[in-house]
Structures are given as C-alpha cells and as structure tokens.
Ligand binder design. Structure first.
Ligand code: ADE
Length: 224
C-alpha cells in the first residue's frame, strides 16, 4: 500500500519508522512519504494560512498549496482522508475497509482548519473522507493520521507476524479484549486466574468470552 501525508510538520510522522510499521516500510509492504505544502508556495514567507473570511479566531489553511499537493499525489483510485474533529468517527470497520485500498493520502490541517474548498475539490477527484479519531480536539491532523495509519497498516497481510493476534483483539468482534497474564503465576500476592493454568481449552475459551462481555459492559456499554 502507498500512503502519503500532506503536512507542514512532516517530521511528526517519523514515529512510523519504528516497530512493526517501520519494518513493513523497510520490507516495502508499505511505501510512506510526507509532502510539505510549503513547497507549493510562491511568497518569501512560504505562507500556508490566512485569516478566516467572516472573522473569528485563528488561521485557516489556504487552498492553493494544499490543492497543488493533492494534484501531485491523487488519482481516481486514491482515498483522500482529512483528519478532523468534525469528521465521522474512525473505527475498526473503517480501518479494515481502508486496509484494502491501494493508495491513501492524509491531508493534515493545523490552526483552525482547512479552507472547505480543498475538501470539496478533493471530492471531485477521488473518494474523500473526513475522519475523527475521537471526541476531543488535538492541535492538528498529524498525530490523528499517525493513529489511523497504524490502525490501518497492521491489518495489511504480512505487517503483523502472527495474524492470529488480529482475530482475538478488541473491536474485531464488537467486544473489547479479555485480560492477559504471563509468568509468574503469583506476583505481589496477586494470582493468575486458576482456569488459565488448567489446560482445559474449552473452559479457557468460555472464561475469556465471559471476561470480554463483562469488560465491555463495564468500560464500553455503548458497544452492547
Ligand atoms: N484534528 C484535531 N482533532 C482531531 C481529532 N479528534 N480527530 C482527527 N483529527 C483531528
């Protein structure tokens, strides 16, 4: 899969070069590049933002540099993603769908956001989504993109060594994951649940399912 990001802070994507996603980039399962829209500015200050029409606080990202960056990267098979707290909630189902695409472009806003015409223009060229990683506001689209890129990339065959670990994890079946334990069986007066030491696989599966339901009811009643 090819993934591009358009960002005035391309270094914020450096974390992708580590761990399993870093390995997938090394192994060419994923090709990642970050493009700075300042490259498409023509003034000495390399201006990418301006004050909002209609007034209000903060600055808005200008359409021309982002539009030119899109022109350079996007074709009709691309999915363009605008991370935004005003977008649809990004979830595991969205991650799964996007993991089957050939090319994703993340367009990162800073300041008060992006001129709406950039999003409208993108929609005339390719499938375009506005996605939020949660009901809170962070300072820009970069870290939201990193979160989405990691969630999507790990679903690409070959990125995670043991693909079974993808089956038994939170949100894959609408429930959160069961708790995990490792050695020692007793630590600081806290014991691993008996059933996990029993070797009875049917009982272990039953206990884990029960734990998933209980944990989901307690922590995420909205999922039930
Ligand atoms: N940019 C700022 N906040 C965001 C959020 N919650 N999700 C996606 N992009 C964002």
């Amino acid at each position: 899969m090819k993934i591009d990001a358009i960002s005035v802070f391309p270094e914020m994507f450096d974390s992708l070069n580590h761990s399993l996603i870093g390995k997938a980039i090394d192994n060419q399962l994923i090709e990642f590049q970050a493009l700075n829209p300042r490259e498409f500015t023509t003034d000495v200050h390399k201006t990418v933002d301006d004050s909002p029409y209609g007034g209000g606080a903060g600055m808005v990202m200008k359409p021309e540099p982002l539009g030119q960056a899109l022109d350079k990267l996007v074709d009709d098979r691309t999915v363009v993603i605008f991370p935004s707290p005003a977008g649809k909630l990004f979830d595991q189902a969205t991650a799964t769908k996007l993991s089957n695409k050939k090319h994703l472009v993340f367009v990162c806003g800073r300041y008060e956001g992006i001129d709406q015409r950039v999003i409208d223009y993108s929609a005339t060229k390719a499938e375009t989504l506005e996605l939020s990683i949660g009901d809170y506001v962070i300072n820009g689209g970069e870290m939201a993109s990193v979160v989405m890129i990691e969630a999507i990339s790990r679903l690409i065959p070959g990125v995670i060594g043991n693909s079974e670990s993808l089956v038994e994890e939170s949100h894959q079946d609408g429930l959160v994951e069961y708790p995990s334990y490792t050695k020692p069986a007793s630590w600081n007066g806290l014991d691993v649940p008996e059933v996990l030491l029993s070797g009875n696989h049917a009982e272990i599966a039953k206990w884990r399912r029960q734990q998933q339901v209980e944990r989901t009811e307690k922590n995420r009643p909205d999922l039930i």
